[in-house]
Design a protein around this ligand. Structure first.
Ligand code: PHE
Ligand code: CO
Length: 292
């Protein structure tokens, strides 16, 4: 299917989702020189708005690593970030044309290579975009790859994905990805903080996830999460809270094979349901003077 090229400003970037020049492993060139001035400016606006929101919202590990993303005033060169990542945690980032097949995605993760989409959203998508773009992937995902424990979790996830595919359990593992890597919360002595990339790259959900009384915040439990479907087109009904990245790593280290068997024979849980034994974390208090 032909896709219309992005033709605003001086961008000469190939169309969104152009896989024609991708390699067999679905990686491609970033082609940094093809970004137009408007794209750099839009990236800078997205970045600056989100960076301001991070203190008090994102976990410390994320805030500390944000400086590693390089330039805030233009789309960074992936190679510059990879140089720093390799030194920090032996990860690197690779360019991809957009969403890639599950097996290709998990193979990259298993080899400590994180795929980052090359194209940037359009100005109309400033606040909301359904697919991952370069801003979501870089801003949301890359900072925590500088954390050694989280970096190991992501690699283990890649191996787990390849295994889940053989067991026809990708549906369950996708829920774990969703409720941790994309929408995870972490408890700290100063209150709840966000570590999930889907939240951290969204200005609206960053505040909602921590302070709204609408969603529930439940303690992370592996089997519970594997049984909980999610919605992709609205803020979440339930968030799962970890106490530390070590807890997440340890809870997901056991062999999932028997767990997948149990989960596949039990009914999925409602998205906003709560088990009788589950306690909820209260939302963070709003800063004095803010409206509830
Ligand atoms: N332990 C999981 C398995 O046996 C692999 C995994 C690790 C999956 C970490 C996700 C995250 O399948
Ligand atoms: Co993502």
């Amino acid at each position: 299917m032909a896709v219309a090229p992005v033709t605003y400003g001086a961008s000469t970037r190939p169309p969104r989702g152009d896989y024609s020049t991708a390699r067999e492993d679905y990686t491609c060139e970033q082609s940094w020189a093809a970004y137009g001035a408007e794209e750099h400016a839009l990236y800078a606006r997205l970045f600056q708005r989100q960076v301001r929101q991070m203190p008090g919202h994102a976990c410390d590990e994320f805030v500390h690593a944000l400086g590693q993303l390089g330039s805030k005033s233009e789309i960074p060169r992936f190679e510059d970030i990879s140089d720093k990542l390799r030194r920090a945690t032996r990860w690197e980032i690779v360019a991809v044309p957009g969403l890639i097949p599950e097996r290709a995605f998990f193979s990259l993760l298993a080899n400590r290579r994180f795929p980052v989409t090359v194209w940037l959203r359009r100005p109309e998508e400033f606040d909301y975009i359904v697919e991952p773009d370069v801003f979501h992937d870089l801003f949301g995902h890359v900072p925590l790859l500088f954390n050694p424990v989280f970096a190991d979790y992501m690699q283990a996830f890649g191996g787990g994905g390849l295994k889940a595919e053989g067991l026809h359990a990708l549906e369950y593992l996708a829920r774990l990805y969703w409720y941790t890597v994309e929408f995870g919360l972490i408890a700290t002595p100063r209150g709840l903080r966000v570590y999930g990339a889907g939240i951290l790259s969204s200005a609206g959900e960053t505040v909602y996830a921590l302070t709204s009384h609408k969603p529930q915040r439940l303690p992370f439990s592996l089997e519970r999460v594997l049984r909980t479907p999610y919605k992709i087109d609205d803020y979440q009904d339930s968030y799962f809270v970890i106490e530390s990245f070590a807890q997440l790593f340890d809870a997901t280290a056991p062999d999932f094979t028997p767990i997948y068997e149990r989960v596949s024979t039990s009914a999925p849980l409602p998205l906003n349901g709560r088990l009788p034994t589950e306690r909820v974390y209260p939302p963070n208090a709003l800063p004095a003077g803010a409206a509830a």
